[in-house]
Design a protein around this ligand. Sequence first.
Ligand code: NAD
Ligand code: WQD
Length: 338
Amino acid sequence: MARVLLTGGAGYIASHTAVVLLERGHEVILLDDFSNAERDVPARLERLTGHNLPVIEADIRDSEAVSAALAAQPVAAVIHFAALKAVGESEADPLRYYDMNIIGTIRLLEAMQAGGVARIVFSSSATVYGQPDSSPIPEHAPTRVQNIYGRTKLVMEDLISDLARTGKLRAAANLRYFNPVGAHPSAMIGETPRGVPNNLMPYLTQVATGRRPCLNVFGTDYATPDGTGVRDYIHVMDLAEAHALALEHILAHDVALTVNLGTGIGISVLEMVQAFERATGRAIPLNISPRRPGDVASYYANPAMAERIFGWKARLNIEDMCRDAWRWEAAKAGINDV
Ligand code: NAD
Ligand code: WQD
């Protein structure tokens, strides 16, 4: 088993990954500046797992702080979650995204190199595929940057791949997530979007609590079976398990990998709404709206490589995703009849 540092460790995906890593016997250190995370996440993780996780409050751009953290508690690898991730925000403020995501990654890699840490798992995104030629999308599909956020993800991937190619990193796994949704079944941790959610699932769950009057369906005239956007939604617990397997793989092998993480199943907006209503018994009022600029009609993963290399395949289905997302939202809203 290994000690591993999770940058952005108090965030949505990292916190769920921490649970799985601890369950698999690894030791986890969280590093986060809490710019987009609730401060009680480490305490929730301790209650959920029974483990007291070391927490370092720091910005990944602060090389001294990161180097000190790595010196104080040497780790076998880093899982790099810390980033800004809102597409629209990235288009409005490119330099902030270049600074946080790209400069931040460079500073982290510098601190890792200085500290002798040569293995990394990186949170990339299917956003790098832009408008795909077709789905399912394999890893060798062309990357087409459509926005600043996607640009930063692709640059971060290239930085890591180049360091692996030149031997400065011994192992690296760039993981391209499709659409993570859901929450830990305990409803003790989950996604905490600030303000009006951009993403479908958190908006849907807020409609279900009555916090939002209806779900705006962005476009019903796409070339998809029911005209609404199709995506590859993946349960955050399946994603967390994939990270643990990717970490264990790069601890055992000197490799440089780029791997899709999705179910390989495309689900439309209307199918998601129907699944949510079935799973929760909550009716979701809809407002058919124009397409959202920048949206693509359909993308979903070819997940074969993750299965071949990591022996990983998503196990949780769309009803599991809806049930667990709803449990978390209901818990936050103080609704008990779930
Ligand atoms: P999140 O915002 O919940 O987690 C990111 C964490 O990083 C937060 O806790 C935040 O406080 C922290 N952070 C941000 N900047 C930091 C900095 N400079 N120094 C230290 N900590 C910092 O987001 P998430 O959804 O958990 O995403 C995690 C990673 O996965 C991100 O890299 C994101 O780009 C990627 N990703 C997310 C999705 C998604 O839909 N959620 C999809 C694909 C890829
Ligand atoms: C899903 C579908 C919308 C909200 C985004 C980022 C991507 C990645 C994952 C970080 C689309 C429709 C949505 C709503 C709707 N994040 N929708 N009403 O756009 O596929 O991906 O999150 O890496 O970078 O772009 O996810 O959840 O926003 O949208 O009809 O209120 O739901 O049109 O078809 P998306 P999403």
